[in-house]
Design a protein around this ligand. Structure first.
Ligand code: UDP
Length: 576
């Protein structure tokens, strides 16, 4: 295929550093063997190969060009594994996996092996460990006692340490234990010891029944999953309080609202969903995987200060096709994952640069106007995304498990069982140089430790720079002050500016949760969001946030209190 008149990608110096470190192919000695432009063409042409099955050679080239342009203009980027692996011998392209863990040595060690294979290929894994018999329970064959889920989780944690993801990044896991498992207290406290389960995010799996028991201060039964017997009772509120206290101390556990997730399971015909991927945005069936991609909303703002709806529509349509093509050319680590993924064909189209849009439009993140725009943007993406998936179903056929799915009930042919997911975009937002996912900006200026402390990236928000220049407030001394503090809060600047240019820590936890809930309303899967809290926040603030997330219909919640752990990736200010 010709590469004639391709536009040059516009990666900044910082973005290029990220690409060199993480994505660009290297030879055996570690020397780079491709440029950022080569990388995008490698990805675009590898994904467009799927078109051959549905069209002709000509359409393959046409789509490769469209995919390339969408990425080179930074309007859309797929998740890291697609950027790293497409067009290479290890063409594993998905970020998210869920693996079942059954209550036998065979099943546990099978899951461990699959975990290693998934991590090696660049994916993250989620598990629900609630089928495992509790600590101290009987083991018939050896007449011994069971180790319990938390001990087995340590094995998975260690495996993650040993197997570096594609040599590029550390693996990530989500570990879930349901609130009625006898080991739930042990689980809730599992990360209090520093360094323990460090490759895991953990979440307690809860239901409406549990949340009602908390609200009504009722007793809560703990049930042995092996026998179905009630083995203990605790106060639901005591358990919830302990959970919130631990989250306040360490950021873990989060909560997952299992029946909320199950209510939006679009293929209940294949089973129920009990776990999510590591960052919580992708609930999946056992052995299912999903590939993600994110639209850069910051590129969807017209100079006159409005959303460019027609560009957004165009981008959504091409992105849905791209993600569906990814499934076609994806090489899955094991057959079970291939079979399950191909039967639902889930894709997760989301967004990044949301906070930048709000800054550009001068709308405070913590305002009703921002929530309303979030709903408008996400409902538009969902509507166009579903339309496009339905259109693909006409020519390519619906996803194989469509019969018996909720889509059949609705009378809608769909190519993909789910279309939308809001990912954290931890790396791809660095490449696009925009705010991550739907998070507020972390700081308006910062120096970032990256790549295990090897690099220091300095960053000042471009939109703020423009605004300061526009209002004739710009000076180097002011920038130095912003770099020290990360926020405008304490600075002598007009209120109008300070209201709009807010950071994650200037925004109250309640508004963080409200924004997550607004996006969740129109997202098939879930929304990755960290509810940031100031260091001074109380355990009560954590409880309030968890209860609000439940009330507003979120699928889960994760909080993080500033400096509750020593080793944070991001630091506000200089010299750290
Ligand atoms: N992920 C992972 N390891 C990591 C970061 C991410 O396995 O170090 C997986 C995980 O499932 C996460 C998903 O990738 O939920 C998406 O993360 P993110 O959007 O930050 O990935 P990016 O594509 O930006 O690298």
């Amino acid at each position: 295929m010709s590469s004639g008149a391709r536009i040059k990608p516009s990666f900044s110096e910082n973005a290029t550093k990220v690409l060199e470190r993480r994505y660009l192919l290297k030879d055996e000695k570690g020397n780079l063997i491709e440029t950022p432009e080569d990388m995008l063409w490698r990805v675009a042409s590898a994904i467009a190969k799927a078109e051959k099955a549905f069209g002709d050679e000509e359409s393959e080239e046409e789509w490769a060009n469209k995919f390339y342009e969408m990425m080179a203009s930074l309007d859309f980027l797929p998740n890291s594994p697609t950027l790293m692996n497409a067009g290479t011998p290890t063409a594993q392209l998905s970020a998210c996996f869920v693996l079942p863990v059954g209550d036998s040595m065979d099943e546990i060690f099978d899951a461990l092996k699959y975990t290693a294979l998934v991590h090696k290929s660049g994916g993250g894994t989620g598990f629900n460990f609630s089928s495992l018999r509790p600590y101290g329970d009987i083991v018939k064959s050896t007449k011994g006692v069971a180790s319990g889920p938390v001990s087995f989780m340590e094995l998975f944690d260690h495996t993650t340490d040993v197997v570096k993801q594609g040599g590029m990044r550390r693996g990530a896991n989500m570990g879930i234990l349901n609130a009625d498992h006898p080991d739930v207290i042990k689980f809730v406290k599992a990360k209090i010891e520093e360094g323990k389960l460090k490759n895991f995010n953990i979440s307690v799996g809860t239901t409406q029944k549990f949340m009602k028991a908390v609200l009504n201060d009722e007793e809560w039964e703990l049930v042995n999953p092996r026998t179905g017997e009630v083995v203990d009772k605790v106060g639901a509120r005591n358990l919830f309080d302990l959970l919130c206290e631990m989250a306040w101390k360490t950021g873990d556990p989060g909560i997952i609202f299992l029946d909320k997730i199950e209510a939006s399971n679009l293929t209940p015909n294949l089973g129920s969903i009990t776990a999510t991927n590591p960052c919580g945005e992708q609930p999946l069936l056992p052995f299912e995987s999903c590939n993600l991609g994110s639209i850069n909303l910051s590129n969807m703002v017209l100079p006159k200060g409005e959303i460019d709806w027609s560009k957004l529509e165009r981008t959504v349509r091409i992105a849905v096709r791209f993600l569906d093509d990814v499934i076609e050319v994806n090489q899955f680590p094991i057959k079970e994952i291939a079979d399950m993924t191909m039967s639902t064909r889930k894709i997760g189209l989301g967004v990044m640069g949301w906070a930048d849009v709000l800054l550009k439009l001068r709308i405070p993140y913590d305002s009703d106007e921002a929530l309303n725009l979030a709903r408008k943007v996400m409902s538009f993406i969902a509507k166009i995304g579903h339309e496009e998936s339905a259109r693909l179903a006409e020519t390519r056929g619906p996803f194989p498990a469509w019969k018996g799915s909720r889509w059949e009930e609705k009378g809608m042919l769909m190519r993909n069982a789910t279309v939308t997911t809001i990912a954290p975009t931890g790396t791809i937002s660095l490449v696009a140089e925009v705010s991550s996912g739907v998070e507020p900006v972390f700081a308006l200026a910062y120096r970032r430790k990256a790549f295990e402390g090897e690099a220091n990236l300095t960053y000042v928000n471009e939109i703020l720079l423009d605004a300061l220049r526009e209002e004739r407030l710009y000076s180097e001394a002011l920038i130095e002050l912003i770099l020290e503090r990360g926020s405008l809060k304490e600075l002598d600047l007009p209120d109008s500016l300070k209201k709009v240019f807010v950071t994650a820590h200037d925004i109250s936890p309640e508004w963080h949760v409200r924004m997550q809930a607004a996006f969740q309303e129109y997202t098939d899967n879930a929304v990755s969001k960290t509810i940031n809290m100031p260091h001074e926040a109380s355990v009560d603030d954590v409880k309030k946030a968890y209860l609000l997330a439940y009330e507003l219909g979120c699928k889960g919640i994760t909080i993080f209190r500033d400096r509750c752990k020593e080793d944070q990736v991001l630091y506000i200010g200089t010299g750290e």
